[in-house]
Design a protein around this ligand. Structure first.
Ligand code: ZN
Length: 158
């Protein structure tokens, strides 16, 4: 079966940076609903369109095709007194941006009584090498299409 709109695609993937250093690897196969539902990067869907199980590819993704460019406005300096004790560089905390969306901030630096936080995705601004192997393709169910995501073992359970 070919990958086309409203198929459920199972794949394994590895994400490396542009020098080929491994950043992330799927432990379990990932399954997504294909067809522009925003479940994976558009460039990845583009490369997989029309392919079948067994297809493998390595895609070079520019930052704008992956996690976006860095936004320096998301770097904030907050007084250390506003944090619980034990705040550490590299720690992550959940906060809200100006529009009320929840966002994960990473502690970049602690400088005296100030903490510098970064609200960018850790992979923002990075070109990525995305290696993918398609292991299965099936038709999505009407319910999955209605929900805009896949159900079952590796999908949403509800
Ligand atoms: Zn659902």
């Amino acid at each position: 079966m070919k990958i086309e709109k409203n198929t459920a695609v199972t794949l394994r993937y590895q994400v490396a940076d542009s020098q080929g250093r491994l950043l992330e690897e799927s432990r379990e196969p990932m399954v997504y609903l294909h067809g522009g539902y925003g479940n994976t990067f558009p460039k990845v869907e583009e490369a997989l369109e029309g392919q079948v199980a067994g297809f493998l590819a390595t895609l070079e993704l520019q930052p704008e095709d992956a996690f976006g460019l860095r936004d320096e406005n998301l770097v904030q300096t907050i007084p250390k007194t506003q944090f619980p004790p034990g705040v550490k560089v590299g720690g992550q905390l959940q906060g809200q941006d100006d529009t009320g969306h929840s966002q994960v901030f990473t502690v970049m630096k602690i400088k005296g009584d100030k903490v510098i936080l970064d609200g960018n995705h850790p992979l923002a601004g990075k070109a990525l090498r995305f290696s993918v192997t398609v292991t299965d393709v099936r038709s999505a169910t009407p319910e999955e299409i209605e929900h805009r995501h896949v159900h079952g073992e590796q999908g949403h359970q509800h």
